[in-house]
Design a protein around this ligand. Structure first.
Ligand code: NAG
Ligand code: NAG
Ligand code: NAG
Ligand code: NAG
Ligand code: NAG
Ligand code: NAG
Ligand code: NAG
Length: 351
């Protein structure tokens, strides 16, 4: 009984921890800023760039759409930039992601003119050229999760992967946000999660062609893979690396609306409070059933209840074990970074 309860608690605890990790810093993936075109510290260009970056991270940027462009300066000193938040990211997290990445540009690309910073939850780009409404597939990055799909399942996996990703790509290209995420059933307990996104300034055709290039470069025999270029990204994993509830159609509210002025951190608190209540309630029901069974063996509902309780506890154990197994399965030697929802493995740059 105690063993079971502690497993339940562990499960919820790991669940909570992943929530907290997500609420913290964005997860760095890669950056690309060739030092072939640089600017000098006190130049007009550097002033324009500073203006551009503060405009992008200003609090009137459109974090709710997750996409913002800006231009600063004239002629050869002009600089154009944008940010794009992943389609499932909340406006609040989009804002903090952009602020974080904008601040990070000065560390990672202190004097380069052409810059792309990829984070899991948002990307920031700027250039001395006009990068808006222009397809760019320069400096492609392909990443793969080191673990192989079992060899006798590879053909089947490849079919599922390509059909899922191609379907996502055509949905994304047709949508105004140029984003799609979906899951497909793989082997019984496991699902394949795919996500594609273009910068929404691209035409349908450019977006589709960008994503198709990406999908053709994805590894198809691994348990996860990712393709990144300035204009679009594609990724798949065998675990939910994006917020599923943010992309499915929202359910109509069933209970009273939340009190006004509640932010992200207070909803964390609510989750934290609800979890101990659930744990206590489960323990209480379990104890009740145990006692009821001992004292009143003929009490019919008690044994029915008992059955329910075991089912609940066992399904939670299974979930926890699944998570644990999935985590151990990732090859540690290839891991170069970790975030709330994402882990980054070996990087291959496509020439
Ligand atoms: C540019 O970067 C390369 C390697 O990343 C380095 O060897 C070279 O010295 C750098 N050039 C300048 C001008 O900083
Ligand atoms: C650049 O700015 C620094 C202060 O930020 C100043 O000390 C320096 O003289 C400036 N250099 C030029 C060439 O303007
Ligand atoms: C925008 O930011 C300024 C300070 O940076 C703050 O005073 C203001 O209240 C903010 N506006 C909104 C709408 O959040
Ligand atoms: C934000 O407001 C400032 C002035 O308050 C304006 O210059 C800037 O263009 C605005 N940015 C966006 C993205 O609307
Ligand atoms: C910006 O980056 C510097 C490191 O270069 C760090 O010390 C600072 O805390 C960062 N600021 C924010 C708001 O993240
Ligand atoms: C994956 O399979 C390839 C051959 O297809 C092999 O070279 C590689 O070592 C395998 N990697 C792992 C982590 O098993
Ligand atoms: C996921 O999305 C839902 C709906 O937008 C939101 O309420 C929830 O806070 C999000 N979860 C995380 C971990 O961001």
């Amino acid at each position: 009984m105690y063993y079971r309860a502690s497993l339940i608690f562990l499960f919820f605890f790991s669940f909570l921890t992943s929530f907290r990790a997500y609420a913290q810093d964005p997860n760095y993936v890669y950056h690309n800023c060739p030092n072939t075109t640089t600017y000098t510290r006190n130049s007009t260009y550097s002033t324009n760039l500073r203006t551009l970056l503060s405009s992008l991270s200003s609090n009137n940027s459109s974090y709710s759409t997750g996409f913002q462009t800006a231009t600063s300066g004239q002629g050869t000193d002009s600089v154009t930039g944008l940010f794009l938040c992943r389609g499932d990211v909340s406006p609040e997290f989009c804002r903090s992601c952009v602020a974080f990445v904008v601040n990070d540009t000065s560390n990672r690309c202190p004097n380069e003119r052409e810059v792309v910073l990829y984070y899991d939850e948002c990307i920031v780009r700027y250039s001395n050229r006009n990068i808006l409404s222009t397809l760019s597939t320069n400096g492609a990055v392909v990443m793969s999760n080191g673990q192989n799909i079992t060899s006798n399942q590879q053909a089947q996996f490849r079919d599922l992967l390509l059909s899922t990703m191609n379907q996502a790509a055509s949905e994304a290209a047709d949508s105004p946000r140029k984003f799609d995420a979906r899951k497909a059933t793989w082997t019984a307990p496991q699902s394949l999660y795919g996500l594609v996104q273009c910068t929404p300034d691209l035409t349908r055709q450019d977006c589709l062609s960008c994503l198709q290039q990406g999908i053709n470069q994805l590894p198809t025999d691994k348990i996860g893979g990712q393709f990144l270029v300035p204009s679009c990204s594609s990724r798949y994993e065998l675990y939910p690396f994006y917020n599923e509830s943010a992309i499915t159609t929202p359910q109509p509210p069933v209970s009273a609306p939340p009190p006004p002025g509640k932010g992200g951190s207070s909803s964390l608190l609510v989750v934290a409070i609800v979890v101990p209540i659930i744990v206590v309630a489960l323990l209480f029901i379990a104890c009740y059933c145990f006692l009821a069974k001992r004292t009143k063996k003929t009490f019919g509902t008690a044994s029915a209840f008992d059955g329910d309780d075991i089912t609940t506890a066992e399904s939670l154990q299974l979930d926890y074990r699944t998570i644990q197994t999935a985590t151990n399965d990732f090859a540690e030697s290839n891991k170069i970074g970790q975030g709330g929802f994402g882990e980054v493995y070996k990087v291959i740059i496509v020439p």
